[in-house]
Write a protein that binds this ligand. Structure first.
Ligand code: NOJ
Length: 683
């Protein structure tokens, strides 16, 4: 803001603040002026609201807290001061969907105080970006407030119309994870749902995504609706065993509550709002953090041809691991994950969570030997740490385990938290768990270890501050196609994931299963009503581009890739990107994405569809004009269909330029994967 505008704004704010008896109102607009957030104190209560182009999106919505053993911060509030700031800065990600990110926002800090004793104070800090807003509470150190216990955060999101929402439910008391199929319908129907919650206004003019950023020492937020009663969603924090949501002590800041905005679905991704609301990278060197593809002793356990525990089908043997390492080395795959290598898997490994050792290998697995073998072959051995939610058991061993891995040159861990409640009875998403996941990230960083976390805390942009926190699960992934009671993920699943879960950050979905009917090992093709992969083969390839992850698995058994021409795409596809463009999309129906590899000129396109076949007309205008490129196209073959004919795939090549419009034909449940490389001397 120019100085004259700044002093005018200050003067207007002073006028407003001079009249505490009436409503007090202050506003901050995004740099482009389209998004405006207003904070107002009315009859002692504090509210915020949000408009875009003057159209209300969030109506005045309550702010505040309830505490145990202290009065709520809800009534008798007044705005006592405001300050403003602005920022326009570019920063570079060590890895990501885009290399360069612009943090361009206007900030308004609203000081709020109670008019009666104990005269507690807090600041509501609001940042307005062109792609949405974020706000958080800051509780300064003060006589009237030291240690506190939050029993409820009162933040509301009062939706101006009844947008269509895509959601997964949440239920703190029962199954407390995120591995569910999405539903969609009017937001007024919502009960308790997880974030990111993606919505489209009824006139189709605006997409809104409610989520949170920089969750460090707080409970995870879900959203509670009132099922037809109103269109107001309320912050719903995950409880600890005693029902308290957050224990803290001033000075204290909450995570940011974020509302991402876009005019079109294609503009929702890549989403950087949450990254901009996290502190910059704290690691002095990030050279050791390397995106990679990996294979693993993993799918065999899910389809029952191998076991995690000891016995004749034990997957994690020294010999089997060497076979996987050889396969990775021969195919330019960077890593090998080995699950079931450590003692503790025998019996009910979920119930016996405290039995896991993170240093002691089964006798048929020589950790030092396979680590040395992997090193010699130039492949990273990814260590598996399933905790089953035995948090104290894990934390007791963490330092010695990480030190051991480090001494063997191992710098990547896949961890797991298969459980609903922790051993202590805390919600999977409680403050207790937020603190735990943070301690793991920080310990891993100290030991130079990259992380891929399954059953994780949802992603709130940690990777900006801690780039060793690479990827995570946090949604229904491929594994459900091996064993889920409902037959597996329906063909629309990934076209929703792209616009919901993936807006929070990368997902280790584990694509690339070629044995779609799971015939191998099990001896017969699975019937359509049995769990199996409900996509075509080409769609499995397209998922490498569509579903972003800096650690991207080739999930199938190595023998299922042998002799398969389609495997060449997995060998070639990049895992780190300079640029990402969503070319065409409709949430839940289809999406086509183009990404340019980091530091190179090669583009990859991935297009996926739901159960409907369709033809997309995709302009290649993202290519450099005047240059010739060769496109290698992995397309659904004749009569391909996810239900009864998923395997046909054709590979073709053609010359393309920025003027080319590709006709991308997708079979029902199908996809298309394309590599586009500049032709040498082809300009
Ligand atoms: C669930 C994870 O998502 C999966 O990848 C892993 O194989 C099992 N837990 C065992 O840790």
């Amino acid at each position: 803001m120019r100085p004259i505008a700044q002093s005018l704004a200050a003067f207007l704010a002073a006028l407003v603040l001079a009249a505490p008896a009436r409503a007090q109102e202050v506003t901050v607009a995004s740099p482009g002026g389209r998004n405006r957030a207003t904070v107002e104190a009315r009859e002692g209560r504090l509210y915020y609201s949000l408009t875009r182009d003057g159209r209300p999106l969030i109506l005045p919505s309550l702010l505040g807290f309830e505490f145990r053993n202290a009065p709520a911060l809800r009534e008798g509030l007044r705005i006592s001061d405001t300050t403003r700031a602005a920022k326009d800065e570019w920063w570079t990600q060590p890895w990501g969907e885009v290399a360069r990110v612009r943090d361009h926002h206007n900030e308004l800090a609203v000081s709020v105080e109670e008019t009666a004793a104990p005269n507690r104070r807090f600041v509501l800090r609001v940042r307005a970006f062109d792609d949405g807003i974020g706000f958080r509470y800051e509780l300064p150190e003060q006589p009237g407030m030291g240690s506190f216990e939050i029993s409820d955060e009162l933040t509301e999101f009062s939706l101006a119309d009844n947008p269509r929402a895509w959601w997964i439910p949440s239920n703190w008391a029962r199954k407390d994870r995120s591995e569910m199929l999405y539903s969609s319908g009017p937001a007024s129907l919502l009960d308790s749902v997880q974030t990111p919650l993606t919505m489209e206004t009824r006139d189709g003019r605006t997409f809104l995504v409610i989520h949170e950023a920089n969750l460090v020492d707080y409970a995870r937020m879900n959203l509670a609706g009132q099922r037809g009663e109103s269109r107001t969603l309320e912050a719903d924090l995950a409880p600890m065993a005693d029902g308290i949501k957050v224990r803290g002590k001033t000075p204290f800041v909450t995570p940011w509550r974020t509302i991402q905005l876009a005019d079109r679905a294609t503009e929702l991704a890549p989403s950087v709002l949450g990254l901009n609301l996290n502190p910059p990278n704290v690691l002095t060197s990030t050279d050791w953090i390397k995106p990679m593809k990996y294979v693993g002793i993993w799918w065999g356990m899910h389809i029952n041809t191998m076991t995690w525990g000891s016995g004749p089908k034990h997957g994690a043997t020294t010999a089997n691991t060497k076979r996987y390492i050889d396969f990775a080395a021969a195919n330019g795959i960077g890593g090998v994950l080995v699950e079931g290598w450590n003692t503790g898997w025998d019996g009910d490994w979920i119930a016996n969570r405290d039995a896991f050792s993170f240093t002691q290998a089964y006798p048929d697995y020589n950790l030092a030997e396979v680590a040395a073998y992997a090193k010699q072959k130039g492949v990273k051995l990814i260590v598996h740490n399933e905790t089953s939610g035995g948090i104290q058991n894990y934390e007791r061993q963490m330092d010695s385990a990480f030190a051991l891995y480090r001494s063997l040159g191992l710098d990547a861990i896949k961890s797991g938290y298969v459980t609903d409640l922790t051993s202590e009875g805390h919600s999977h998403y409680s403050q207790f768990m937020v603190q735990h996941y943070r301690r793991v990230i920080e310990a891993a960083a100290r030991y130079g270890i990259m992380l891929d976390v399954h059953e994780p805390m949802h992603d709130t942009g940690e990777r900006r501050t801690w780039p060793n926190m690479m990827t995570r699960e946090g949604a229904r992934g491929q594994e459900y196609n091996a064993w889920s009671g409902d037959g597996g993920n329906p063909p629309e699943h990934e076209t929703i994931l792209f616009f919901t879960r993936l807006l929070s950050g990368p997902m280790d979905f584990t694509p690339g299963v070629f044995d779609l009917l799971i015939e191998r090992g099990t001896g017969r093709p699975r019937r359509p009503d049995e769990p199996r992969i409900r996509t075509t083969l080409a769609k499995q390839l397209a998922l490498y581009v569509a579903l972003y992850s800096p650690m991207q698995m080739a999930a199938d058994l190595p023998e299922n890739y042998e002799g398969q021409p389609a495997f060449q795409f997995i060998r070639d596809v990049a895992v780190d990107w300079d640029t990402t463009r969503v070319l065409d999309a409709r949430i839940g129906d289809y999406v086509a994405v183009a990404r340019r590899e980091r530091g190179g000129q090669t583009w990859f396109v991935g297009a996926i569809t739901d159960e409907e076949g369709r033809t997309l007309s995709v302009p290649l205008s993202f290519l450099t004009p005047g240059r010739r490129y060769e496109a290698e196209i992995y397309a659904d073959g004749p009569q391909a269909h996810w239900l009864d004919n998923p395997l046909p795939l054709t590979i073709s090549r053609r010359t393309v330029t920025s003027a080319t419009r590709l006709s991308v034909v997708l079979a029902p449940g199908g996809g298309q994967a394309i590599r586009i490389r500049p032709v040498r001397g082809g300009s």
